[in-house]
Design a protein around this ligand. Sequence first.
Ligand code: KIV
Length: 308
Amino acid sequence: MKDKVTIHSLKRFKQIGQKICMVTAYDATFAHILDQSGADVLLVGDSLGMVIQGHDSTLPVTMDQMVYHSAAVTRGAKRAHVVGDMPFLSYQVSAHEAVRNAGRLVTEGGVGSVKLEGGAEFADTVRAIVRASIPVMGHLGLTPQSVHKMGGYVVQGRDEEQARKILDDALALEAAGAYALVLEGVPLELARTITQSLSIPTIGIGAGRYCDGQVLVCYDLLGMNPDFKPKFVKRYANLHGSITEATGAFFTEVRQGAFPDEDHSFKATKSIRLVAPAAVGTGLLPEGEVAAPAEGEEKVGPVYGIPV
Ligand code: KIV
């Protein structure tokens, strides 16, 4: 596709000062919608462990699950660059395993790049994956896979020592060949310094406005969970409310017998000859006979949802 976003487009966006818009996606239908609404990057985040699977951390997410969701998202995305998250323990054990797992996200999941959490200690791993021609996005600051080490989901880099370490990590990842960096849960002043120090783009989440782009979990920005409202999330919709209202209306109509009405029901055509099930086994048709679509019969189309 001519205007497909690539890692090179993202670098150019930084050079010309065009903000990068990234959002998470976990399935083909959402990917299709978000792609059409203008996302530059779709991140198949391991946040799916929380928002899709209902865990209280991203740690239980497996490689197989990331491959499965990545494949669904890449089927739905046409223009956006798709990034697949490397889940916990898929890259920490050895660079060898990291390359193999990153490769699975590309070959089986169809993603254009992978993301992993961590700084200078993973520079060699990043180098190995990049050497295999798989672009890598880094992720620094509040790194959810290190929740136990951090002692919770707490803002990182508030003091000078921590801030210095994050800046050094950012420089190490850039030198190792990362093409972009997610900065999560860090003060906006630190994010600004990092953004100005790197030639690769930074994409912030809870990192203030100076980053080269922004990312949010799509379920958060769409307001799917009224009980989750951290400071860095802005809700652009109330889908929890809309979904509750729509499904509630459906349930009411079903209970009242108002749905399905004539408009949402199929009619028999002359090609169907009804016989009492008792007369011929349990089927509607005489044995061996198949109902042919009648001339001009309405087509059902795809049975479920939108074709992507
Ligand atoms: O897993 C994820 O969704 C992420 C983003 C929040 C950056 O890593």
